[in-house]
Design a protein around this ligand. Structure first.
Ligand SMILES: Nc1ncnc2c1ncn2[C@@H]1O[C@H](COP(=O)(O)OP(=O)(O)OP(=O)(O)O)[C@@H](O)[C@H]1O
Length: 286
């Protein structure tokens, strides 16, 4: 196991009945890192996150979060992790400020001072709804409240399971800014590849219970051969070339042709292209 990783997963298995839904899953999340876990529906993302949160018991493998096994970690550990659950529907009669102040009171004895309810309400953009009952909030407003509840205790590690589902584009952008400003270790699941690219330092792709890729968006793009396309103009002609290493290609191009080169463009595979190719490769390998 990696001593310095905040989340450390090795050989994780989850079996329901006779079916393995997680198979030898191994990955780490370092201090302050944001890891996005991507994968098709049913790949095992939520199962993985719930095991890390201590909400599900795994079948086999080793799991450590902040140095403890979530399967038997205590209240002190729980106070150091933040979980964004799918909507607090049971609390429909509570008002936004009331619920957040109540949640903050659980952390009163913790070493990390919880967020002040009003400051947090402002940070998640709910100031004008602070006095509203939760059942009167729209889907996107309720999701912001979910996020506020997840971070109220200033967690050291935050689990976000599809956090921006139902957000309008402005709310999504504000949420991304909020999350980037938190500076904590984050494990995020999402189907929004633009969100993954904006927020994540690293991306792990889960396909039918197995990790099929793990790296920065750039590293993942590199795994898909010949994806960079370089276009340029030279002595009045438009030229284009596919290359595995566009940096080396461009260096060579300028060394050879110097000022004859103009209008240079380098197109790298988008995360969406890379993701689709990785999932396609994984399916074909079965
Ligand atoms: N309690 C359960 N009992 C049996 N099978 C389950 C249970 N929970 C999940 N599964 C199965 O485990 C697999 C992984 O589910 P999981 O919810 O982790 O996927 P996911 O990657 O989060 O999917 P999505 O993107 O659709 O949210 C699925 O095939 C699902 O049907």
């Amino acid at each position: 196991m990696n001593e310095r990783a905040v989340v450390d997963v090795e050989g994780l298995r989850m079996r329901y009945g006779g079916t393995d839904v997680l198979n030898e899953v191994t990955f780490q999340v370092g201090q302050g890192e944001v890891l996005a876990l991507l994968g098709p529906n049913g790949a095992g993302k939520t199962t993985t996150v719930e095991i890390l949160e201590g909400f599900r018991l795994r079948s086999a493998g080793r799991v450590q979060v902040l140095g403890a096994d979530p399967a038997n970690a205590g209240e002190e550990w729980r106070a150091r992790i933040g979980v964004v659950l799918q909507s607090w529907r049971d609390h429909g009669k509570w008002r936004v400020r009331e619920l957040l102040a109540h949640q903050a009171s659980f952390y009163a004895c913790s070493a990390r001072r919880p967020w002040d309810a009003d400051e947090l309400i402002e940070a998640v953009g709910l100031t004008e709804h602070a006095g509203k009952k939760i059942r009167a909030l729209s889907g996107g407003q309720r999701r912001r409240l979910d996020v506020a509840i997840g971070i109220v205790g200033r967690p050291e590690v935050l689990f976000l399971d599809e956090p921006t589902t139902g957000f309008d584009p402005v709310a999504r952008r504000e949420f991304h800014e909020l999350v980037r400003g938190l500076g904590v270790t984050i494990l995020l699941t999402t189907h929004d590849l633009d969100e993954a690219e904006r927020l994540a330092d690293r991306i792990a792709v889960l396909d039918r219970g197995r990790i099929v890729a793990d790296g920065t968006p750039y590293e993942l793009a590199r795994q898909i051969a010949g994806q960079d396309r370089v276009r340029w103009k030279q002595s009045g002609r438009r030229l284009s070339e596919s290359t595995q290493d566009s940096t080396a290609f461009v260096r060579e191009l300028f060394a050879t042709h110097g000022e004859a080169v103009s209008e240079l463009e380098v197109h790298r595979a988008s995360l969406e292209q890379t993701y689709l190719a990785l999932v396609h490769e994984a399916e074909a390998a079965r």
